[in-house]
Design a protein around this ligand. Structure first.
Ligand code: AMP
Ligand code: ZN
Length: 464
């Protein structure tokens, strides 16, 4: 079965064909490390993780690169506001980012290149662009001339008569109705870090960073490039222009963009106080896996309206999966295996794949999986040992895509409970009593009572 999805570049659904057989090379735009990442960012990162996991599940050898933007307008502004060095400020948020993605069970990229460590690569591209006549110097800065690249505007679907040729933008981000020559290299300014180059002291523009780092680690022509929809213009449009014009080759075959997340029907903003970080939600007693579940369960091309009611709903759905695994592990089945169940697993997995192959239709895929849980729950008493093993192995395959259960589904009941207890202990030490209480409640709902003793926490099964 082929994987089909929507390619922003062609504006249509396309069947995926990799450049190199069996391999998939992907670049995802990473964090600009001037602040803690918010749940909007995590929507994009979790979706990218889902796509990557699905390719791995589909037996592709995946190479994933995600950049870290540690120099741009926003990082410099933040360092100046805090009267601190760029390195100190960005390092704090880089550490936080890695902490957060581990909590959300996001598989790490193969490389996390940092912009400040790839200045030479950026300079080389700019030099080539100048030599080929695509870039020009004006004052202390170097700009890309959009008029020289006839395909400019194709990704963002903008007509060429909207181009303000001859005008220039020095900002990293700007609006679509003001399309101008964009900056590749910014001349040195008071209070900004700078590097010495053949075209003068200064620092890179944001867009050149991603061209340099993607091509360095994935080659000049690779399969997939992802980011949130806000990245389409100007960031990705400019990346295409710089990369294609410097190499003279195609750059990326498929562009996938994740729609935004809003909070309780409103755009996220600092002033509304709804720009939640992962820590904010954990502090309110929500489990990391529940947050992940919520973020991935809306189709990526739909706006995701994040609500606390939605989180409670996600908690219930995830609990159904966890309860199911719990029940399976608690069975004492007789030896043997039946064809009815192995056929049912095969059929269900085909349904799961069919949905995922159809533009990553996650709602459909989850629906198929919940039908599976429903059916097996009804026939729990008829399962033999081999059936239980096959079912647990299937859950592990589904979870290798979803990543919503941290442990292996075939871990013993004892081990699963102990992990929950450790989590609760950690929450208590961190004085996160809400989370600690919610873990106790979750266990209680499964008939497991926790008893605090001087020697630590013990558990027992509640008598029914
Ligand atoms: P940034 O750190 O702002 O460069 O953003 C990192 C990633 O998060 C990019 O792929 C953005 O497109 C994405 N992103 C930013 N805001 C949102 C949002 N509200 N919803 C979904 N993705 C977002
Ligand atoms: Zn980027």
């Amino acid at each position: 079965m082929d994987i089909r999805f929507y390619n922003t570049l062609s504006n249509q659904l396309e069947t995926f064909n990799s450049i190199e057989k069996g391999k998939m090379r992907i670049y995802t735009c990473g964090p600009t490390v001037y602040d803690f990442a918010h749940i909007g960012n995590f929507r994009s990162y979790v979706f990218e993780d889902l796509v990557k996991r699905y390719f791995i599940y589909s037996r592709y050898d995946v190479k994933h690169v995600m950049n870290i933007t540690d120099i741009d307008d926003k990082t410099i502004k933040k360092a100046n506001e805090l009267n601190s060095s760029l390195e100190a400020v960005t390092q704090q948020f880089i550490d936080a980012f890695f902490n957060d993605i581990a909590k959300l069970n996001i598989i790490k990229a193969d490389v996390y290149p940092r912009a400040t460590q790839h200045i030479d690569e950026m300079i080389s591209i700019i030099e080539i662009l100048e030599k080929k006549g695509y870039a020009y110097q004006k004052g202390d800065s170097v700009y890309f001339s959009i008029e020289k690249f006839p395909q400019y505007g194709r990704l963002a679907n903008v007509s060429r008569d909207k181009l303000n040729t001859g005008l220039r933008s020095d900002a990293d981000e700007y609006e679509k109705d003001n399309i101008q020559d964009f900056v590749l290299w910014k001349g040195k300014k008071e209070g900004e870090p700078f590097w010495a180059t053949p075209f003068g002291d200064g620092r890179p523009g944001w867009h050149i960073e991603c061209s340099a780092m993607s091509m360095k680690y994935l080659g000049e022509h690779f399969d997939i490039h992802m980011g949130g929809v806000d990245n389409i213009f100007p960031h990705h449009e400019n990346e295409i222009a710089q990369s294609k014009c410097s190499t003279g080759k195609p750059y990326v075959n498929y562009w996938i963009h994740c729609q935004h997340l809003i909070v309780e029907d409103q755009k996220m903003s600092k002033s509304l106080g709804n720009q939640y970080t992962l820590a904010d939600l954990i502090d309110r007693g929500y489990d990391e896996m529940v947050i992940r579940y919520l973020l991935l369960s809306t189709h990526y091309r739909k706006l995701l309206n994040f609500t606390f009611r939605g989180l409670d709903q996600a908690k219930k759905s995830l609990m159904r999966i966890n309860d199911f695994i719990f029940s399976l592990n608690g069975l004492k089945p007789v030896e043997g295996e039946s064809e009815t169940f192995s056929d049912f697993i095969k059929e269900n997995e085909i349904g799961f794949k069919k949905n995922m192959n159809d533009d990553f239709n996650i709602s459909g895929a989850l629906g198929v999986f919940f039908e599976f849980i429903h059916y097996i729950n009804l026939h729990m008493d008829n399962l033999k040992k081999g059936d239980v093993e096959n079912i647990l192995a299937y859950i592990d395959r589904v979870n290798s895509v979803l990543g919503v259960i941290k442990q292996s589904s075939s871990d013993t009941l004892e081990k699963q409970i102990m992990e929950k207890i450790t989590l609760r202990e950690r929450a208590r030490q961190e004085k996160n009593f809400q989370l600690a209480d919610s873990i106790r409640e979750e266990l209680k709902s499964k008939g497991i009572l926790l008893i605090d003793t001087p020697d630590g926490v013990r558990w027992k099964l509640e008598k029914k």
